[in-house]
Design a protein around this ligand. Sequence first.
Ligand SMILES: O=CC(=O)O
Length: 328
Amino acid sequence: MASAKNCSTNKPPKVLIAEPSTPRSGISYLKEHGCQVIELEKATEDEVLKHIAEVDALLLAPPLKLTNKILDAAGCNMKTVATVSAGYNHIDIDELRKRGIKLGNTPRVLDAAVADHAVMLALAAARRLHEGRLKIENNEWKSDYQWMLGQDICNSTVGIIGLGNIGQAIAKRMKGFDIKQILYTGHREKPEGKELGAKFVSLDTLARDSDFVIISVPLTKETEGMCNEEFFSKMKKTSVFVNISRGQVVDQPALIKALKTNSIFAAGLDVMTPEPLPPDHEMLKLPNLVLTPHIGSATTNTRNEMSLLAAKNILKGLAGEEMIYPVV
Ligand SMILES: O=CC(=O)O
């Protein structure tokens, strides 16, 4: 990739790295390609505001929101933004469009890691991982053949909400467990669904017929609160619910009720509201809920790849070229 130039001044372009934990892979790549980088020590709006006027591009990551205050303070050269994430619900893309600012994200490189995580949560919830650990800690281990019985994945029906790249990667992995069928729902039937032997169904049918429901849709106005009380009431008592997308897709109080009343069997969540979840939150007291702290893509290689991809998006944007994964 060619080195970047700030067209209006011929000086090296400045890139603000708003997330201090951004892996070095991307930062080194930007430097090697002629960028000057400013690295923040804290990912806060106030810190971004101190530098945004002087930079040509911004590299950020959720949960930092790209607010209008930041955009208003940006100089007229700041036309390139990259997020080190697949999701971009922390950014108002209509606002970027209006201002002529390009945004790139980092999908695909995280599909495998996130799909692995979804499968792990499905297995952990189905086989009562959290509850089992609590039993040991509380000296409640029993030798009883009817004790701590879980749910099988083999011969089960797996319902995937959102058969995008991550959803497809989940489907491929679940097929390795000798399941009966994969159902999926979304905007429309997809050729990839056919290739996977998955059946396109309505949300209602998916809730009713699935033994595992796995959420892998982006958070949009349409998907917000999609898994609500009515949805959970349709699920089987023996079903397992998994979410690796965004917490807001789920009406969390409705999920908590379903878990407390055992109207569903168990859940595994990598995403929740709020994040971070306070340590005294009632969800942490539910034995049939497995929680992880939004680490679906958190493997060393995946995070390095995400950082590098975000840097490549920045360089493309600065060069006036189409980003590798353009959002706007
Ligand atoms: O949640 C993680 C991402 O959107 O990349």
